[in-house]
Design a protein around this ligand. Structure first.
Ligand code: FES
Length: 191
C-alpha cells in the first residue's frame, strides 16, 4: 500500500525488513559498555525542561552509566552542571535526586569542603593542608550544558564540538508549530 501523501515526507528510506539486534545485545555487559562509550558518554543527553529547575538553587541529579551529574541553577539563575563528586576523596555531594539547595554552596557531607555554585572550591576546613595547596587547583569537574528550546542537555565530552542547539536545529522546521517555550522560565545557561 502506498503511503498517504501527507506521510511521504516521513518515509525513512527502509525498503526491506531488517533483523533486530541479537538478544545478547540487551544483556551483555560488554555491549552495555560499548553503548556507554559510543553514545551515552559522548552525546548530548536531555535531562529535563528548564522549568523543572525553576529559580535559583534548584537542582537535580542524573546518572549516566558510572557517572553521576548534578545540574543546578546558581544564585544568578544560570544553569550549570558538574560531576556530583567531591575533589577531596570523591564523596557524593548532592545526595538527593532533586530539590533546592539550602545554601549558595555545595558542601561535601564527608569533610565539609565547600564549592561555589560556579564549581570553585571556596572553603576547606582542615588546618593540615599540604604545603602549596591551592584551592584554585580543585574546582568541581564541569560538564558541558546546553539549552535547546527549553530542554536542558548535558554532554560528558570535556569540550564538545557543538552545542545541543547546533545539533538539533536542523530538525526544528518540523516542530515550528509546537509551543516549546510556553512553559520555560526564559533564563540563561552557562558552561
Ligand atoms: S570527600 Fe569531600 S570533603 Fe572529603
Amino acid at each position: 500500500m502506498q503511503p498517504h501523501p501527507s506521510e511521504r515526507d516521513l518515509y525513512n528510506g527502509l525498503t526491506s525488513l531488517e533483523p533486530t539486534l541479537p538478544a545478547a545485545a540487551y544483556r551483555d555487559a560488554g555491549a552495555y559498555q560499548r553503548d556507554l562509550e559510543a553514545i551515552w558518554y559522548r552525546s548530548w543527553l536531555m535531562i529535563c525542561r528548564e522549568a523543572d529547575l525553576a529559580g535559583p538553587l534548584a537542582f537535580r541529579t542524573v546518572r549516566v552509566g558510572s557517572q553521576e551529574i548534578v545540574v543546578l541553577r546558581d544564585e544568578t539563575g544560570s544553569l550549570r552542571a558538574f560531576h556530583n563528586t567531591c575533589r577531596h576523596r570523591g564523596s557524593q555531594l548532592c545526595q538527593e535526586s532533586q530539590g533546592r539547595l539550602k545554601a549558595r554552596l555545595l558542601t561535601c557531607p564527608y569533610h565539609a569542603w565547600s564549592y561555589s555554585l560556579r564549581g570553585d572550591l571556596v572553603r576547606v576546613p582542615s588546618n593540615s593542608l599540604p604545603e602549596g595547596f591551592d584551592k584554585a587547583d580543585y574546582p568541581l569537574y564541569r560538564v558541558a550544558l546546553s539549552v535547546w528550546r527549553g530542554f536542558v542537555f548535558i554532554n560528558l565530552v570535556e569540550d564538545p564540538n557543538s552545542s545541543a542547539e547546533v545539533s538539533f536545529d536542523p530538525a526544528s522546521g518540523n516542530l515550528s508549530n509546537w509551543p516549546w517555550r510556553r512553559s520555560s522560565p526564559g533564563t540563561s545557561s552557562a558552561r
